[in-house]
Design a protein. Structure first.
Length: 140
């Protein structure tokens, strides 16, 4: 039953943070004092770094919609594979808004403890996203 509870937490996180774009509405889902993210870009450590990612993505793609493709729980881990669709409406990585509709995929791994998100890893198809908005050249 703990695995189902953990999946429910992640679905609520996706709904509030990613689809309702409410970065400040998810504190109750996290171990905010001990949370660790594993993003590669220079961000604040801990929970504030997670919020920075949300603000950046919601700023550049204010209409983003994330769809769960798979959600798998085992022990204290939940793995989410999702797809995102959005319009590039604000500057991202120095690239002015293109107003293009873009799509990308994501894989997230969450480590849960006592019904809270304690740790997070993300693999986002950033190369394809950056190609679509013109930061990187299209290949082939």
């Amino acid at each position: 039953m703990e695995e189902e509870r953990n999946k429910k937490v992640i679905r609520e996180f996706t709904r509030i943070f990613k689809n309702e774009h409410n970065v400040d509405g998810v504190d109750h889902l996290f171990d905010t004092k001990h949370f660790i993210h594993h993003f590669r870009t220079p961000l604040s450590s801990g929970f504030e770094g997670m919020k920075q990612v949300g603000r950046m993505m919601n700023g550049a793609f204010p209409d983003v919609v994330v769809t769960e493709e798979d959600l798998i729980a085992s022990g204290d881990r939940v793995v989410e594979r999702s797809s995102a669709v959005a319009t590039h409406k604000a500057t991202m990585m120095g690239e002015r808004p293109t107003h293009k509709r873009v799509i990308w995929s994501e894989i997230h791994i969450y480590r849960m403890q006592d019904g809270k998100i304690k740790e997070h890893w993300a693999e986002i198809a950033q190369m394809e996203l950056l190609q679509q908005i013109g930061v990187l050249p299209q290949l082939g």
